[in-house]
Design a protein around this ligand. Structure first.
Ligand SMILES: [Zn+2]
Length: 231
């Protein structure tokens, strides 16, 4: 097929004009505020998936920007000896499980690692609170914080994380129950269209996550990946 030079030139000119028009007109959704930001705060790798899979999917489908604050790398898990890992190896595997799960849940959600010592979060609450304040300042007053833990949680790292986020004073802070806790709250489940993402996130924990929290993962699957969120 032959094209005359003038035809090609005019086609290129139209394409360039189109690009200029696109570049010069802001899309209607690009407001100063941008999308809402939802920050998920997880004491250990697997807490975000065990407690907030359903809610994370809900926030993603709503169009939120998703950020995970990973408080520890889970280096104190009792399953370390079972795998023959050093602490460094255990942390590496747990970080990898968490990043993979987070990717399946959010596609391109950001991860911020605080690197606090597993088991010693209570003494470092100020670091979490400071990061919460920074994120609230950076992303604005619509930013919402969802903690993969409860204020009265049995695990001291969990309650310390919940208290630290609360102390950040953000407009919206919510907490979440574990999958074996059947007390009531607001329930979120992934829609059937996104069930595969929840299942992949779950499967990302098939090594250390399943060994350390197997009962929780079974309960999570049985619940249809429900999240139970409380004020
Ligand atoms: Zn935990």
């Amino acid at each position: 097929m032959r094209h005359s030079l003038s035809r090609i030139v005019s086609t290129v000119a139209v394409l360039c004009l189109g690009l200029l028009v696109v570049a010069g007109s802001a899309p209607p959704s690009a407001t100063a505020a941008g999308p809402r930001t939802t920050v998920i705060v997880s004491p250990h790798p697997d807490d975000e998936t065990l407690r907030l899979t359903g809610y994370i999917r809900y926030a993603v489908e709503r169009g939120d920007r998703l950020i995970l604050v990973a408080v520890t790398d889970g280096g104190a898990s009792a399953v370390r000896a079972q795998f023959g890992f050093t602490v460094g190896q255990l942390k590496a595997v747990r970080r990898a499980e968490q990043v993979a799960a987070w990717s399946y849940l959010t596609d391109n959600g950001q991860v911020i690692r605080l690197g606090l010592e597993d088991g010693a979060v209570a003494g470092r609450k100020a670091a979490i609170t400071a990061r919460v304040k920074e994120l609230a300042a950076q992303y604005g007053p619509t930013t919402e914080f969802y903690v993969a833990a409860l204020l009265d949680d049995d695990h001291p790292d969990h309650s310390a994380t919940a208290e630290a986020v609360r102390d950040g004073g953000a407009r919206v802070v919510r907490y979440s129950r574990g999958p074996v806790d059947d007390r009531p709250g607001s329930v979120y489940r992934p829609t059937s269209g996104y069930l595969w993402g929840a299942q992949r996130a779950d499967a990302a924990y098939d090594e250390v996550g399943y060994a350390s929290a197997g009962v929780g993962f079974v309960a999570l699957e049985d619940s249809g990946y429900a999240s139970v969120v409380v004020p």
